[in-house]
Ligand binder design. Structure first.
Ligand code: ZN
Length: 263
């Protein structure tokens, strides 16, 4: 297997995985979206809410805020506190504001300063004159398969690596394929069609349909896959992928262990 990182930032990553297959990449995709542990608000105690929104709407918005992640946190049911909630499995936040103002995610004050909300400028609710919102929130570790609020990776997808072949004997340089391509993958130079941006090809085959002389063939390789994903900003893309690989490795080790006891 060959792996090439073609794009990397804190939140996004794109890889070309060669000599693999869609099943392997899809397994990674599912682990990224469903199994990477994350922190999200689970319980909210509302002491005072005279805003225009119901308690339930505000708490729903709070639960979807991306919180910072740290590997030291444990699932509450596997923590040494036995589900009671301690600093190893729970984060506490408080919010106390009086209008007129707009409450943003930064107004949710963490008990431990290092764990402020990842994006400070997410609006929660607007307060008019003399309206108040006072609450406490408790965050715990969970996984995306339980609820989307624990989803570390918001988007993960893959596509077959495009293979575009141009038969220059048949091509008359009419340029219709260049104009038909929605992703601007093809170009024309000296009367010849050439591929100028292969990875942007979405395999839509609009160029094949536009080419009356049948000079273009487009196929996708199921052995070479373009895989990309984006996190919510609470975990770095590189760390998310490494965590997904670690979780996959644990699954195989557990499977081998169980198998060795039965065979
Ligand atoms: Zn605990």
């Amino acid at each position: 297997m060959k792996v090439e990182i073609t794009d990397l930032s804190d939140e996004e990553m794109e890889l070309v995985v060669d000599e693999a297959n869609p099943y392997f990449v899809n397994t990674l995709r599912r682990i990224l979206t469903e199994e990477i542990p994350q922190m999200a608000i689970e319980d909210v105690i509302v002491y005072d809410n005279t805003s225009a929104l119901f308690d339930e709407i505000i708490t729903h918005r709070l639960c979807l805020l991306p919180l910072p992640w740290d590997d030291r946190f444990r699932f509450r049911d596997k923590c040494s506190c036995k589900g009671e909630g301690c600093s190893n499995c729970t984060l506490h936040y408080t919010l106390s504001k009086e209008g007129p103002c707009t409450i943003y995610s930064r107004d949710l004050i963490p008990e431990i300063p290092d764990y402020a909300i990842v994006d400070p400028s997410i609006p929660i609710v607007e307060l008019k004159e003399e309206q108040r919102l006072i609450l406490e929130a408790e965050a715990m570790v969970g996984q995306g398969r339980e609820h989307a609020k624990w989803q570390a990776v918001s988007r993960a997808s893959y596509k077959y690596y495009p293979e575009i072949q141009i038969d220059n004997k048949k091509c008359d340089g009419c340029k219709q394929c260049v104009d038909a391509c929605p992703n601007n993958c093809l170009g024309l130079e000296n009367g010849k069609i050439f591929v100028k941006d292969l990875r942007s090809c979405s395999l839509c085959k609009a160029c094949v349909e536009a080419c009356e002389s049948g000079a273009i063939t487009v196929n996708g390789s199921d052995q070479k896959i373009i895989f990309n994903f984006e996190t919510n900003g609470n975990i770095k893309a590189k760390d998310a992928l490494l965590k997904a690989v670690e979780l996959l490795d644990e699954k195989y080790k557990e499977f081998a262990k169980k198998l060795s006891k039965t065979v």
